[in-house]
Design a protein around this ligand. Structure first.
Ligand SMILES: [Zn+2]
Length: 260
């Protein structure tokens, strides 16, 4: 279990399933779990921290983010928070939330950002300088468009890009190396991307996570965010015969990634 200290809270990162991350957020008397894919690692961590869960925060309805909802609720009596519009699809949902709503967690507030694209009801949770973004943004990638349109996802990514560069991003999967390999092969082999891939491979060889990372690093090396950079966008659009607007370029790169 890796732990990361923020000013008013601590984040514990629990690897789960094949490549998922579950997060525990410890603040005052509250202990929240983001996207419990499995209950065993969460219960082990609770035992180690000598406390029970008070909240579950679901980013979206997929089974690998909600499968342990009911077992954990039965054991800890915690409150389950998720997108109000997905009440039918999130097991045991107690509190449906929407854009801009703030959930109190001990001494801190968790702000809800609605970011459709991967699913129609995907949300991210922002606490100060920490973003829990589920399957919207990954290290050097973004979620597949299972329910939303490219336009929905691009608007969601633009919303996240407005966060400060130092925001730490806690995403739900360890996909960084594979995403950077795609970027190098098909989108850009910029020196910054090359050196990030080298660092990410070294971390993985030692069994270390590449997550969290910062928003600033993503802005510079994530092929799904590069369409926001006008220089990159003009060059890429010209090479691929695309209109030079961000949405057309993003849509093309997302499709290339799906086929890679
Ligand atoms: Zn998902």
């Amino acid at each position: 279990m890796c732990s990361y200290r923020h000013e008013q809270f601590t984040v514990h990162q629990l690897p789960a399933l094949r490549d998922n991350y579950i997060y525990l957020i410890e603040s005052g008397d509250a202990l929240a779990c983001v996207d419990p894919a499995e209950d065993a690692p969460v219960n082990r961590a609770c035992k180690k921290l000598a406390r029970g869960l008070t909240h579950i925060l679901n980013t979206h309805h997929h089974w690998d983010h909600t499968d342990a909802n009911l077992a954990l609720k039965a054991r800890h009596g915690c409150e389950i928070v998720g997108f109000a519009g997905d009440a039918e699809r999130i097991p045991g949902l107690d509190r449906g939330v929407g854009e801009g709503e703030v959930v109190a967690l001990g001494d801190i507030g968790v702000r809800v950002m609605v970011t459709p694209g991967h699913t129609r009801g995907h949300v991210c949770y922002l606490i100060d300088d920490a973003l829990f973004c589920g399957d919207t943004l990954f290290g050097a990638g973004c979620g597949r468009l299972f329910e939303g349109t490219p336009e929905m996802m691009w608007n969601s990514l633009e919303k996240l890009m407005r966060l400060p560069e130092e925001t730490r991003i806690y995403c739900a999967h360890e996909y960084t190396v594979n995403n950077l390999e795609f970027c190098m092969a098909r989108v850009s082999d910029d020196e910054r991307i090359r050196s990030r891939l080298e660092r990410a491979r070294k971390l993985r060889e030692c069994g270390e996570p590449t997550v969290p990372f910062t928003m600033g690093e993503e802005m510079r090396t994530n092929p799904m965010l590069l369409p926001a950079d006008s220089k990159f966008r003009r060059r890429f659009a010209a090479t691929h015969g695309l209109p030079p607007d961000p949405l057309s370029v993003f849509t093309h790169i997302r499709r290339m990634r799906d086929a890679w």
